[in-house]
Ligand binder design. Structure first.
Ligand code: HPA
Length: 273
């Protein structure tokens, strides 16, 4: 089925479940952070399994549902869990939810992830506001016929992560004693964690953090001229930077540990939007 039809079908289904609720902000919640959507007011829950064209993520700890609801006076549509390129889907497929958000009238995307710290000044548990990204996934979600209704064939990626939002959120967080870093997120396809040599390469070319998500969704959002705010939870220092063996359970554990700070930053982001 062609992509436009898939977007239309999924959008129609989600809209039928939302009734007259109009979300303004899309929220993609990464590993260990899905709980944020549990606390939305007046929630409407839509399992991915029921939405045509959506995939249920196979990653442990990802719930696999959309939750619409209110928080900080803003109506959000949150993705509790996302599918990843490394699960075997195309980047076109994993970004379908962002296209649906746009069709639903959502103007801003807040995207979160767990990432490995590459910048030596970072420590486990740090939070990094994404200033820019490097698409090292080897793929691009915009390959194929351009969806001219969404955006141009050759979209600029110069100002993807809204500077105004970043500045305001960093300032508000600092005023509350929350130290946020800012940096460049580099996407590897995964599913393996990187090698120490890959991490040295990442640092050399300007990455501050590495991960296996986010970039495809952000490219699609930027194509559609959505405002983007991205934030990474540095759940571990990247390969070769610490002695420990990298594993998903530890990533989840650290994400849980910093969750209350993370939740506060997401609240500040919603307040600012
Ligand atoms: N590398 C890639 N993805 C990750 C990491 C990492 O070190 N930590 C959490 N997600």
């Amino acid at each position: 089925m062609d992509l436009t039809k898939r977007i239309e079908e999924a959008t129609a289904y989600v809209r039928s479940k939302l009734g007259d609720v109009q979300p303004e902000v899309g929220l993609i919640l990464g590993s260990g952070l899905g709980g944020y959507a549990d606390d939305l007011e007046d929630p409407i829950i839509i399992p991915y399994a029921d939405i045509p064209g959506f995939f249920v993520s196979t990653v442990v700890g990802h719930k696999g549902q959309l939750v619409a609801g209110r928080r900080q006076g803003v109506t959000v549509l949150a993705m509790q869990g996302r599918s990843h390129y490394y699960e075997g889907h195309t980047q076109q497929e994993i970004t379908l939810p962002v296209r649906v958000m746009k069709q639903l009238g959502i103007h801003t995307l807040i995207i979160t992830n767990a990432a490995g710290g590459v910048n030596e000044a970072f420590a486990e548990g740090a939070l990094m506001v994404i200033r820019d990204h490097i698409n090292f996934s080897g793929q691009n979600p915009l390959i194929g016929p351009n969806l001219a209704d969404c955006g141009p064939r050759f979209p600029a990626m110069t100002k993807v992560y809204d500077k105004n939002l970043r500045t305001q959120i960093l300032t508000k967080a600092a005023a509350e004693g929350i130290a946020l870093n800012e940096g460049v997120y580099m996407m590897f396809s995964g599913p393996n964690y990187e090698t120490p040599a890959e991490i040295r390469f990442a640092r050399t070319i300007g990455a501050d953090a590495v991960g296996m998500s986010t970039v495809p969704e952000v490219i699609v959002a930027a194509h559609a001229e959505m405002r983007v705010f991205g934030i990474s939870c540095i759940t571990n220092m990247a390969a070769g930077m610490a002695d420990e063996h990298l594993c998903h359970a530890d990533v989840e554990e650290v994400a849980k540990r910093v969750r209350s700070t993370f939740v506060r930053v997401l609240d500040l982001a919603l307040e600012t939007i």
